[in-house]
Ligand binder design. Structure first.
Ligand SMILES: Nc1ncnc2c1ncn2[C@@H]1O[C@H](COP(=O)(O)OP(=O)(O)O)[C@@H](O)[C@H]1O
Ligand SMILES: [Mg+2]
Length: 599
């Protein structure tokens, strides 16, 4: 149900998309030799296979004393001929399987790496416009499809094409008259079977859809059974489910009828055709127009030709599906990255900002909701080393201001400068190394505490990590765990409390040692005791840095250098705590009054 529409539809061949999909061969190019030699072995082994199929018939002819081709071999000779061909065939098959595996494994690994790098270097907006599941399936399912095309499907497809053409040529030369009869009847049978088959597939899809619908009912009601029960709507759901199931039965039965007709049709027409041709062949035998061995060969070839045609159908569907996957992958690869992937020897310290921040008439609306203006001509001035607070009601635009500073988005108008330069003039990656954020909800990576802390500085030593843990008040709980820094956190490990995760995030920020620090309601969701520990750690973190503090509880920002009060995307007041609180009917004063009254 959650599958995108594009994957449900039967693939259709479009010339432009096939042409575009050929670009994927870029990833095969480094292994072109493997690919070409593999192809050569493939064609050779296919030709050997086709040739092999003709031998038993000719052997029979020779045994009966009526060889078709007078090249003087005896039935005895067939022993070693079979042996040689089988050995060669085995060697060729092995080599081409291995060579194609090299191409598909290595080529697709390259593709995966590039795709992954491409995705993680996309701007935030890219992720907002897509679902995570969708991106994940690009890099897993779609690449897997391509991989199986390069390792098996493409080779098999070409093999069957070779078999088809070589087979047809051989039977035309060998038994021209009978072949003509077959070539005149068979394509008609195959085409009508294909049309019929497509119709049946449509019915089967209808049944699938209906089935998916009932599954949705089941999932929905099981998931929200509390609601179902609260409304005493069991009977209603039971009827809804029952109706849906009955519908499936109806669709399935008409599907079954069509399938029945299809099988009858296939058996009558197909076998009718086969027996007609065999009958013609027998008549020709009787008239001595050909030998028994020839009829035998003809039957062998007809068999492998039929097999080739049948598998070409499935193989081409698989290839078309892979073309669709390729297009979706290329669509992502065509997006420009917001920054290049860092090279190993990249120096993080090459840009060190002082931290004088200004916002000049910055207006902004989110790309996904262009009609809604979030920030309206914001002007801010923050001097290096200052602590500045942003306050205002939820939804006022406080976090948005910091997101612009992180360069997750660009302002629609106005300019943000740091140390007198437009922030767009800095190298994005170096620029971001100067900033750190401690958000309200800290999400840790599934891994060890050590990995999570050193995320801010991957080459940090143990001493540095432990020091950061001490300063952030994390060491007191980390040292209690038997595994210490190597304790696994996240899904498969220990669950840390909100305050503990916050302190890990602070340790991480301490290691990163940023010039500019953003605290976005870092203590808002904590209980009093955790808040004290986190606040203590934050105070140490803020030392000697420019800090922007978004706080819900005004008590925590009493001592900052300057406060900006936001209302509906505009700055409505600014000043020091004791001035703002004195202001008659001021927004800040009324916010404060509200908090101290409820406290
Ligand atoms: N990624 C986003 N896309 C679209 N709208 C957003 C996004 N993030 C926040 N908003 C909207 O922008 C407004 C301001 O949000 P935010 O800056 O988070 O407010 P605050 O931090 O002051 O509570 C809200 O109306 C919110 O719904
Ligand atoms: Mg916010």
């Amino acid at each position: 149900m959650s599958k995108p529409e594009e994957e449900k539809k039967a693939p259709k061949f479009k010339k432009e998309s096939a042409k575009r999909a050929l670009k994927i061969f870029k990833y095969v190019r480094p292994y072109l030799w493997h690919f070409t030699i593999g192809m050569a072995f493939l064609v050779l082994s296919s030709l050997l296979f086709v040739g092999l199929m003709g031998l038993p018939g000719e052997m029979a002819n020779i045994a009966l004393g009526k060889p078709k081709f007078n090249i003087g071999i005896s039935v005895w000779d067939f022993g070693w001929i079979f042996l040689v061909i089988l050995i060669l065939q085995g060697i060729f098959s092995y080599l081409r399987t291995y060579l194609f595996a090299v191409v598909s494994e290595k080529g697709m690994a390259d593709l995966r790496k590039e795709l992954y790098q491409k995705i993680i270097t996309q701007p935030i907006t890219f992720f907002e416009e897509r679902r995570v599941g969708e991106l994940t399936s690009r890099i897993t399912t779609d690449v897997e499809q391509l991989q199986s095309v390069f390792s098996v499907t493409l080779g098999e497809f070409i093999r069957q094409i070779v078999v088809l053409f070589a087979g047809i040529i051989i039977i035309i030369i060998w038994t021209p008259k009978l072949s003509m009869i077959m070539l005149m009847t068979f394509p008609a049978i195959v085409i009508s079977a294909m049309i019929f088959g497509r119709y049946i597939k449509r019915l089967s899809k209808q049944r699938q859809d209906e089935l998916a619908h009932t599954n949705t009912i089941v999932e929905e009601t099981f998931q929200s059974f509390a609601i179902v029960k609260a409304f005493a709507n069991e009977w209603y759901e039971a009827i809804r489910y029952g109706k849906s199931i009955d519908k499936i039965v109806a669709v399935s039965l008409s599907f079954a009828k069509m399938r029945g007709i299809f099988f009858t049709f296939i058996i009558t027409i197909l076998f009718g055709g086969i027996f007609f041709i065999l009958w013609q062949g027998a008549l020709m035998l009787e008239r001595h127009e050909m030998e028994a061995g020839d009829l035998f060969s003809f039957i062998m070839y007809t068999g492998i030709l039929g097999g080739a045609i049948a598998s070409l159908g499935t193989l081409s569907t698989q290839i078309l599906t892979a073309i669709g996957a390729t297009e979706r992958i290329l669509e992502i690869l065509d997006n420009p990255s917001e920054l290049p992937i860092q090279k190993e020897n990249f120096s993080k310290d090459s840009l060190i900002l002082e931290g004088n921040i200004t916002y000049e008439n910055v207006s902004f609306s989110y790309p996904t909701r262009k009609d809604l203006q979030i920030l309206d001509a914001i002007n801010l001035k923050i001097q290096a080393g200052q602590k500045v607070a942003l306050v205002g009601q939820s939804g006022a635009g406080k976090s948005t201001i910091t997101q612009l500073l992180m360069k997750f988005y660009n302002p629609d108008s106005g300019m943000i400068t740091i140390d007198g330069h437009d922030i767009n003039s800095y190298d994005l990656s170096q620029y971001r190394h100067n900033l750190a954020i401690v958000p309200q909800e800290v999400i840790l990576f599934g891994g060890t505490i050590r990995e999570n802390i050193s995320y801010g500085k991957p080459d940090a030593t143990d001493e540095e990590i432990i020091e950061a843990a001490h300063l952030s008040n994390s060491w007191e709980f980390i040292s209690v765990f038997p595994e210490g820094l190597d304790t696994i956190v996240g899904d498969r490990g220990i669950k840390l409390s909100g305050g503990q995760r916050q302190r890990i995030a602070i340790a991480r920020a301490l290691l990163k040692n940023p010039r500019i620090l953003i605290l976005d309601e870092a203590t808002s969701s904590l209980d009093a005791e955790s808040e004290r520990l986190v606040q203590e750690a934050l105070d140490k973190l803020m030392l000697n840095r420019t800090s922007i503090i978004i706080a819900h509880r005004l008590a925590t920002i009493k001592d900052v250098d300057w406060i900006y009060v936001l209302e509906n995307g505009k700055i409505c007041e600014a000043g020091k705590h004791h001035d703002l609180i004195e202001k008659e009917n001021g927004v800040y004063a009324s916010l404060a009054k509200l908090q101290f009254e409820t406290a």
